[in-house]
Design a protein. Structure first.
Length: 256
């Protein structure tokens, strides 16, 4: 049985004080659901304070990005060596980074390898645009992103990688993919592609989240889908009550 994983992606939101307020509000209630892996991916500026505040809790901490070199003259960047003091997870290749900050499948692949080399667990985001979706290109595009992102990564390493399928048109729009569509793309495209590379046993063991307007009103039907192992949550992760609901409902749906 795959353990469901609910991760908040706070994006560029919350000061250190606001971040502490949020994690202090969720950590008590979330302790009731150890059957669900829980994480908050905060801005870099809040990571030190948040990781300190969450010590000993069930909530893990993640970053939203990193560079692939260990150190050096890369003004403004943050390395895996720096992050591993503070976090367990790092989101890599979020569609906003691909769209606004020039990330490509190649940089995503370098970052995944660098994260793994330092013991960080990557959450690798893939997903198609509205145009690609409407043109019937979703399957080929998402499968291509998975293949390129995992280039040169071993089966043993792949088992420790989380994939988040996030259709770009569903992110921040309030308009989630239908549970059936999300389930189909995750199972028949993302997991199936991983199975062609690593074999079925490895692909079946890997955690694949859905992301894109997952919220209290749709989490139950999404989590009822067998291929959806959790969510990467933007907007709804910024409110304590909503985030707790997402974790609670995920636990209930899976009988955990
Ligand atoms: P959303 O964002 O939940 O606000 O749609 C999800 C994401 O971008 O990870």
């Amino acid at each position: 049985m795959r353990k469901p994983f609910i991760a908040g992606n706070w994006k560029m939101n919350k000061t250190v004080a606001e971040a502490l307020e949020l994690v202090n509000a969720v950590k008590g209630p979330l302790a009731d659901y150890p059957g669900v892996t829980q994480a908050v991916c905060t801005p870099f500026t809040a990571l030190a304070a948040v990781s300190e505040a969450l010590k000993g809790s069930t909530v893990k901490v993640g970053a939203q990005n990193m560079y692939w070199e260990d150190s050096g003259a890369y003004t403004g960047e943050v390395s895996p060596v720096m992050l591993k003091e503070l976090v367990d997870y790092v989101i890599i290749g979020h569609s906003e980074r691909r769209a606004y900050f020039g990330e490509t499948d190649e940089t995503v692949n370098k970052k995944i390898k660098a994260a793994l080399a330092h013991g960080l667990k990557p959450i690798v985001a893939v997903g198609e645009s509205l145009e690609q979706n409407q043109a019937g290109e979703t399957e080929a595009f998402v499968s291509g992103q998975v293949k390129a992102g995992f280039e040169g990564i071993t089966a043993e390493q792949a088992k420790g990688i989380v994939v988040a399928y996030e259709p770009i048109w569903a992110i921040g729009t309030g308009l989630a993919a239908t549970p059936e569509d999300a389930n189909r793309i995750i199972g028949q495209v993302v997991r199936a592609t991983l199975a062609t590379i690593y074999g079925d046993a490895v692909a079946q063991a890997m955690i694949i989240q859905y992301g894109g307007s997952m919220k209290p009103s749709n989490v139950k039907e999404l989590m009822e889908q067998p291929e959806i192992d959790g969510g990467l949550i933007g907007g709804a992760s910024l409110k304590a009550e909503d985030f707790i609901t997402l974790v609670r409902v995920s636990a209930e749906v899976r009988g955990l």
